[in-house]
Design a binder for this molecule. Structure first.
Ligand code: C5P
Length: 301
């Protein structure tokens, strides 16, 4: 997360994420699923501009959205905008603050893609309004509110370059890594609902072998991780629910990528590349196929 702006306004640039591994360990009594996942922040950002005003309300304006990949109008962003407003309301309820805000959102992260865009916007709202309204909530209190908004929101509060996330996804352990990675991210035109993908997984679940518990203590060596641990337990369900997922993975391979995976609950897929140059070459070939929105990005918090 990066900050800018001046005077009564605060700008927050908040990143997307990729899941380099995602293991579903089982269903929980609360209906959620127990996870162990490695997430990285990538250089694809939404921008939120917070401006204090004299109303007691939260006003949200989406100034730009990715019409190509979502087919939605600029004013309707599915769950993403609701999560921003809910984050603001949650902060007000927790602190008794009655101040107003206008939030301008530049939406670049595709929605329903497994890239965490809605969660990232919610985290930016918690952090941004805590500053703008001078609420003085500590990190622990922000994490508590984040967990109530969604399973991925905690990761984005501090948006580490890499982290192991456990529980529903809300328990974060930052992960030191030996180098930055370069990716091609490909988002097909159709998205997936996270709840649908987990439901499908629960119906067909097999007793998959676990990769062995990850430990953050010694950091991670990416080449080894990518050779042995690149895995997403939700991929099969996502492929069954949306044929674009399989097509996108095939297209990445056809463009020359070897290490490819779906992110989160999909539908975005990505390739881990040897270098920024390698990523740009694969992205160029993939764009010629016109089957997905393509980004060439690296790890960035
Ligand atoms: O937490 P979040 O609201 O982002 O999750 C959306 C939906 O995805 C949940 O309502 C739940 O159905 C499913 N989910 C799950 N287990 C998780 C995370 C999400 O079953 N660990």
């Amino acid at each position: 997360m990066r900050f800018g702006g001046q005077g009564p306004s605060l700008a927050v640039h908040t990143p997307a994420k990729l899941n380099l591994s995602l293991e579903v360990l089982g269903r929980r009594p609360d209906g959620y699923h127990e996870l162990e996942t490695v997430m990285v922040s990538i250089g694809l950002y939404d921008t939120l501009l917070f401006t204090e005003d004299t109303s007691y309300q939260t006003r949200l304006q989406c100034l730009w959205t990715d019409l190509w990949s979502t087919g939605r109008s600029a004013v309707s962003l599915g769950g993403a905008d609701n999560l921003i407003v809910r984050a603001a309301e949650l902060l007000r309820a927790a602190t008794g603050c009655t101040r107003g805000v206008t939030i301008d959102l530049w939406k670049r992260i595709p929605v329903q893609a497994g890239l965490g865009g809605g969660s990232s916007d919610a985290a930016a709202t918690l952090v941004g309004l805590n500053r703008l309204w001078n609420l003085k909530l500590g990190t622990g209190q922000l994490h508590e509110l984040a967990a109530r908004l969604g399973s991925d929101v905690n990761f984005f509060l501090e948006s580490p370059l890499a982290a192991i996330c456990r529980g529903r996804g809300e328990q974060i352990e930052a992960l030191a890594a030996d180098r930055r990675l370069h990716f091609v991210v490909a988002c097909p035109g159709s998205g997936l609902s996270t709840a649908d993908v987990f439901r499908h997984w629960a119906r067909g679940k097999t007793d998959a072998t676990r990769g062995g518990r990850l430990e953050a203590g010694h950091g991670v060596r990416w080449p080894e991780f990518i050779r042995h641990r690149l895995r997403n337990d939700l991929e099969e369900s996502a492929r069954a629910l949306n044929r674009d997922v399989g097509r996108t993975l095939d297209a990445l391979r056809a463009a020359g990528a070897t290490a490819v995976l779906m992110s989160g609950s999909g539908s975005a897929c990505f390739a881990v590349c040897r270098s920024a140059l390698h990523a740009r070459a694969i992205a160029g070939r993939l764009r010629q196929q016109h089957i997905a929105r393509v980004f060439s990005v690296d790890m960035r918090a």
